[in-house]
Every structure is written in C-alpha cells, then in structure tokens.
Design a protein around this ligand. Structure first.
Ligand code: CP
Ligand code: NVA
Length: 318
C-alpha cells in the first residue's frame, strides 16, 4: 500500500529566472498586477477569491536574515488560502550535518513547496534536485528572483510596460543585478549597469544574457548608465556574506545615487531599491524619501509577486 501522493510531472521550481520563457514570466507578472488590483481596500488577512493554495503548506528555510521575504511569503500564503512553516537552518538538523538532499526528501513528504534563502546557490540546486515539490529561491549569493518580479511590478505601475524601456543598475554587480540580467531578454528591456571593475557582474551571467539576446551595457561612469534611463536601481554595497567591507565602501563610493545622478535620468524616472537600504551609502535620504522613489510600493509588491509565483508553482499561470 502506498499512501504517498504520486507526482506525475516535474515540480515547477522557481530558482533561476533565465530558465523561464518570456510567456511564463509575463503571465506571472500579469497575475501579480491582477491579484493586487483585485484586493484593493481589503484587510491584509482576507483570503483571495480563488484561494489557489487551499490545503497547501509552504516551508521556509532561512540561512540568512530576512524581514521582507519572510513576512511577505507568510502573508502571501495566508492570502492564497494556505499555510506556512518557518525555520532557521541552524535550528534544523542541517546545522548538525544532515545532508541537504535528505532534508529535501523528508520535507517533500510533509509540505507542498519549499522556499529557501541560502548562503550558496548550490544549496538550492542540490535541494531542488532531490525534492519532489517546487523549490523557490528566496535569495542566494547568486540571485534574488522573487524580488525581481516585485521590482518590475512597481516599475510598470508607475511607468507602464517595461518592454523597450531602459533600466539603470548602479553599484555592486551582485545577486540582484544578476536577476535583472537573467530576465532582460524575456521582458525586452535595456539594462545599463554602472559598476567599478572590481564589482562587475558574473561573466557567466553576462555571457548567457548575450546568448539569449539581452541588451546589457556595462559602464564605469554612473552618469552614462543613468542618462535618459526610466529607472535607477541601487542595492546595498555589502551583501549578506560579503567580508571585504572597507574595500567595498571605498570602491563603491562614487556610485552613490544622489539627486544629481537622478537628474540625469528621464523625466518621470523612478528609483528602485530592494531594501534594506543603507542611507548615506548607496543612496541619499533625499532620493529614497523623494518623489521619484517607489521603494514602498516595491516592498509591498513582494506579497503580490510571490502570490503569483506560488500560484505558478502550484500549477497556475500557464
Ligand atoms: N529585499 C529583501 O529580500 O529583503 P529581506 O532581506 O528583508 O527579506
Ligand atoms: N544584495 C543584498 C540583497 C538583500 C535583500 C544581499 O544579498 O544581502
């Protein structure tokens, strides 16, 4: 007798955006827009009309700190009619040497999807290879795909369709920058990256992007990257796990987004930041609190975007 649920298709993992085609990504972003519009004026805990996660549980494992990802996934699952179990990796047997593959096999028998925030991207890939339920990348050293959907949602709310527009990334060519590179081809936007050579994006990401037809330029001068852009995007100069703090602060200092830099962007350009922000480092108070900043919409959109991602993982959205 076998009482375990049988999986007939490969699970829909949400780990690397470059693996997803343009139609799938567009459907997820459209669903995020629709889900946000459908619940205007509702209390945060009210369940969506379609409740696509009814009877489903999401496990979340954190190897690193989190505010937005943790709260937004929890709120998202509640709004979709499902439930969550949250754990810190160091509290699990993972912290005492149980393998990631065995952990994946066990959790696949207990929950319907797993979100992991991992130190190493390989941990996510190893977990997904052994899991029989969808695995979602809640940030790794290499990428942050959930944030990317929320960012594009905020951009489109304020500036209209992203296709054909120019986005300027300023600062460290880090995991967030990688996620923008990963979808530039599918969403059809131009990406200009301003960074010092020491902190340029991964060559593998750039090479894959070029093969996919992504329009990506690298500049050393932030003013050149920002000139006429429809969005200016910054992130911390010191990501979780980075150790060369002093070197980063010194090398990245010319890449601060201030009012002068913003003035080179297109009229109506928005400022994006995934948060947490380090005011006075990568961005000034005047910009992040100014009229072009849409960072609070961006943060709220983590809930709406993740609902669309979860619904896709559970079999919806094309
Ligand atoms: N932007 C983001 O992922 O925030 P947290 O680290 O707080 O989850
Ligand atoms: N690049 C940052 C993003 C935090 C949400 C980090 O990895 O720490």
């Amino acid at each position: 007798m076998n009482a375990q649920p049988q999986t007939t298709a490969a699970p829909r993992h949400f780990i690397d955006l470059w693996r997803l085609d343009a139609d799938t990504l567009r459907a997820i972003l459209d669903d995020a827009h629709a889900r946000k519009a459908a619940r205007r004026g509702w209390t945060q805990g009210r369940v969506d009309a379609d409740a696509p996660a009814t009877g489903r549980t999401l496990a979340m494992i954190f190897e690193k700190n989190s505010t937005r990802t943790r709260f937004s996934f929890d709120a998202a699952m509640r709004q979709l009619g499902g439930d969550v179990i949250i754990a810190t990796a160091s509290d699990m047997q993972l912290g005492r040497g149980e393998t990631i593959e065995d952990t994946a096999r066990v959790l696949s028998r207990m929950v319907d999807a797993v979100m992991i925030r991992s130190n190493r991207h390989a941990t996510l890939e190893d977990f997904a290879a052994a899991a029989t339920v969808p695995v979602i990348n809640g940030l790794s050293d290499a990428s942050h795909p959930c944030q990317l959907i929320a960012d594009l949602q905020a951009f489109e709310e304020h500036c209209g369709p992203v296709r054909g527009r120019t986005l300027a990334w300023v600062g460290d060519g880090n995991n967030m920058c990688a996620s923008f590179i990963h979808v530039a081809a599918q969403f059809g936007f131009k990406l200009r990256i301003a960074c010092p050579p020491a902190y340029s994006p991964s060559l593998a990401d750039l090479a894959r992007g070029a093969e996919m037809g992504a329009d990506v330029e690298i500049h050393e001068d932030p003013a050149l990257a920002v000139a006429g852009a429809d969005a200016v995007i910054a992130d911390t100069w010191i990501s979780m796990g980075d150790t060369d703090h002093d070197e980063r602060l010194a090398t990245l200092a010319p890449y601060q987004v201030d009012e002068t830099l913003m003035s080179f962007a297109a009229p109506g350009a928005v400022f994006l930041h995934c948060l947490p922000a380090h005011r006075g480092e990568e961005v000034t108070d005047e910009v992040i609190d100014g009229p072009q900043s849409v960072v609070w919409d961006e943060a709220e959109n983590r809930v709406h975007a993740q609902k669309a991602i979860l619904a896709w993982c559970f079999g919806g959205n094309g």
